[in-house]
Design a binder for this molecule. Structure first.
Ligand code: BES
Ligand code: ZN
Ligand code: MN
Length: 501
């Protein structure tokens, strides 16, 4: 899909469909109103008469009847202006593109008018690109329901912004790549397959890559990784892709410049292990590597953009299975940083592999840590699918993450880590236990991981709910895999790199 800025008058745009944004409670203004006049007033009539209300995801195609160069006009809704944040902006354009694909339009244009400001360019482009996403079908002989769009023209967004368009397109495509990985069946996307994807990214940009298998994990003391992977015939992999982007060109450990670690939970299937899940809770667990998908997809963009910042992606890839050599509830395991952990529930495996992954990032001189993980079902209870649930040990770093979240249209909401809860992490026999806290499940997941952050600025993004909307009633939140965390990480790196400059 080619996306370009166009400067012709709206009425002269020779496209299959010209799309006009409408917010609820607002009439057409500016360029949209000019176009309406050319159309003989039918657009505003639909709006004024409330046949088109401008609700988000409302999309209405109308024949242009030769009055303008375009064959169709599409009114598409943005919802109420005060509800319109970056995430809903992307969702609205995602829907616009999906509908256009259903109708078979090959060339469309978006006409910027209120409430879309000049600064909405990025959200518009990212949303449109995300709307091209189609889960790759493994059905034999199935005809695709939607067609592909060849061109999107952006009218009224000014000139000379090609770089912004290109960057936004990359962000959208990176999000879609993460979504495709999320959707991949667990027999295809194994820990080793994840390592191969990481290797491909590293080769593409000539990055340093390291993949630790069982032997290296053992010598490095990564016993939590080994414990989680023990029940599976597919060996675990601790993957590290390193992009050296700092100014001095040398290792940031020596130059004292920051090094950001993007740490992804990469459980390629979570059966729960010996603490086996019930069938209906297990069926979606192929997406338990969504955090890994986001981290890898993000570093791909960060490296291709050559940001002046050191960034590493650390992926803890394993399959959580029951089996004769699986770890048991009651096992005590020595983590890579030396703390002992009582595994009271083998289904709380994410925090275990992440603990070792954080240690690995710190050993490789990370100065700032962000982990992304489908960690707790409780995130769906606390916040639901509309945002990722987060915890952080550092207000300054958190405000950067929050800023990135707004820029990226990738929502996060911070939960508190009360000192009073720390006692719940204690075990009778070990330093920590991995479950059975009784309450505050999402916070406790974060507080467990925080123990392994080595006092460095750290944020934990629990994407258990945001990575995959399973609630069919929530129609304005992308259904299925969302790529949550991908754009957040890209943006965070951009901000940190910018602060450097
Ligand atoms: N991968 C799951 C969390 C999850 C649940 C993700 C639902 C997406 C949807 C995680 O490994 C898990 O099983 N968490 C347990 C933790 C508990 C045992 C402390 C949970 O949420 O029940
Ligand atoms: Zn899991
Ligand atoms: Mn689990």
């Amino acid at each position: 899909m080619k996306i370009s800025l166009v400067s012709a008058e709206a009425a002269e745009l020779n496209v299959d469909a010209l799309a006009i944004p409408v917010a609820t409670g607002q009439r057409l203004t500016g360029a949209a109103l000019d176009l309406d006049r050319a159309m003989g007033g039918v657009l505003n009539e639909m709006v004024v008469n409330a046949e088109f209300r401008g609700r988000i995801h409302e999309v209405l195609p109308m024949p242009a009847q030769g009055k303008i160069a375009a064959r169709r006009v599409i009114l598409y809704g943005l919802g109420a202006p005060h509800d319109l944040d970056g995430q809903r902006m992307r969702s609205a354009h995602h829907e616009l593109v999906r509908a256009s694909r259903t109708w078979g339009y090959k060339r469309i244009a978006v006409l910027r008018s209120e409430p879309l400001g000049m600064d909405s360019l990025k959200a518009v482009v990212e949303g449109c690109v995300m709307g091209t996403f189609e889960r790759r079908s493994r059905q034999t002989g199935a005809a695709p329901e939607r067609r592909e769009i060849d061109e999107v023209g952006l009218a009224g967004f000014g000139n000379g912004r090609e770089r912004e368009v290109m960057a936004a397109q990359e962000n959208g495509e990176a999000t879609n790549r993460a979504r495709e990985w999320q959707n991949a069946p667990p027999n295809e996307l194994t820990p080793d397959a994840l390592a191969q994807e990481a290797t491909r990214i590293a080769q593409r940009h000539n990055l340093e890559i390291e993949v630790l298998g069982p032997t290296e994990l053992k010598s490095g003391g990564y016993n939590l990784m080994l414990g989680v992977g023990a029940g599976s015939a597919k060996p675990p992999r601790l993957i590290r892709v390193r992009y050296h982007g700092n100014h001095q060109g040398g290792a940031s450990a020596k130059t004292g410049e920051p090094a950001l670690a993007l740490i992804g939970k990469g459980i390629t299937f979570d059966s729960g292990g010996i603490s086996l899940k019930e069938p209906d809770k297990m069926s979606r667990m192929k997406d338990d590597m969504s955090g890994a998908a986001a981290a890898l997809s993000a570093i791909d963009v960060i490296a291709s953009r050559k940001l002046p910042l050191d960034v590493m992606a650390v992926v803890a890839a394993a399959e959580n299975m029951p089996g004769p050599s699986a770890q048991r509830p009651g096992d005590v395991v020595v983590s890579a940083d030396g703390k002992t952990v009582e595994v009271v529930n083998t289904d709380a495996e994410g925090r275990l592999v992440l603990a070792d992954a954080l240690t690995h990032a710190l050993r490789n001189h990370a100065t700032h840590l962000i982990d992304l993980a489908t960690l707790t079902g409780a995130a769906t209870v606390a916040i639901g699918h509309a945002a990722s649930a987060a915890t952080s040990n550092d207000d300054e770093f958190w405000s950067l993450v929050e800023h990135a979240s707004r820029e990226a249209g990738d929502r996060v909401w911070r939960l508190p880590m009360y000192a009073d809860y720390r006692i719940l992490l204690r075990s009778q026999i070990a330093d920590l236990r991995n479950s059975e806290y009784g309450e505050a499940g999402t916070i406790m997941g974060g507080m467990f991981i925080a123990e392994f952050a080595g006092g460095k600025p750290w944020a934990h993004i629990d994407i258990a709910a945001s990575a995959w909307n399973t609630n069919d009633e929530l129609t304005t939140i992308l259904r299925g895999p969302s790529g949550a965390g991908t754009r957040l990480c890209i943006e965070l790196a951009e901000l940190m790199a910018g602060a450097e400059r």
